[in-house]
Write a protein that binds this ligand. Sequence first.
Ligand SMILES: *Cc1c(COP(=O)(O)O)cnc(C)c1O
Length: 338
Amino acid sequence: MDLDWKSLGFNIMKTDFNVRCVHRDGKWGELEVHSEETFPIHIGATCLHYGQESFEGLKAFRGADGHIRIFRHDENARRMSQSAKGILMAEVPQKLFIEAVEKVVLLNKEYVPPYGTGASLYIRPLLIGTGPEVGVRPSREYTFIVFVMPVGPYFKEGFKPVDIMICRDHDRAAPLGTGHLKVGGNYAASMSSILDAHQKGYATSLYLDAREKKYIDECGPANFFGIRDNTYVTPESHSILPSITNKSLQKLAESMGMKVEIRPVPVEELANFDEAGACGTAAVITPIRKVVDIEKEITYRFGDGENPGPVTSKLYETLTGIQNGDRKDPFGWTKILE
Ligand SMILES: *Cc1c(COP(=O)(O)O)cnc(C)c1O
């Protein structure tokens, strides 16, 4: 494959194959291989009208040894089941999810970027209600699709701190809503506030808890963490999506001898952190330089205002090292496909 791997962004790109499976009459059919990027859909499909949609995002990496490694796809399988349950869709059995992910990666293995380019193969599983209903009720048919594309590092500038702003005029999820599920509706609800942040010159917006606006919630489409002394602090909230990256960073922090706290984090506590970051599959960690609370005219700054902090950097190096096979994988997080 002759691609300019180093200049890849985070964009849709056609690859050779995608895999699909349909749930009909109460059971899943055969896993099919397709090469086209489109599919016909009933105009009454519940995913189009009532948001019966869930997705996942994960990556495969090519190591220095030439092997392809997938990172924690069993966790994505579990999370997609939770999302499906949450919005009354048919659950994709974990075995089917794992089989589909591994199959689509191997079918498109030429698109797994070479080691050392910083690029990886992004894997996007999608579960949608494809049966028609016009009344508000769950679909009787579901389609599970997995497609892939090579992507560059999320931020072209590299592992550099960004500025974010606190969002006080929007919520991405209700206190007892679907914030803990990876469903499209949360993303639709977040778009205007993220655009607002971009227009004001910030990388993204930091959401506060929807009920009281007292505690830190989600950081754009990523989880938030702060580092203080020898402690890794990350918010606990029903409306935060349980990030697999965050869970992995917590394990690494513990293994480095740090304390891990998962609890409600009041906004003012931002003043106490030495370092802060956002985490998720796309960028792994986005270090945060400052958080601006425009309405309250407060700016919280982290580190030297220039470089990622030492703990954030160490966590980032360790996790990316495990993902691409440069480091030992003591937790058994990666699976070698070939
Ligand atoms: C997917 C997602 C994350 C990150 O989860 P990872 O498993 O680390 O990729 C964080 N927040 C939201 C809202 C998400 O949808």
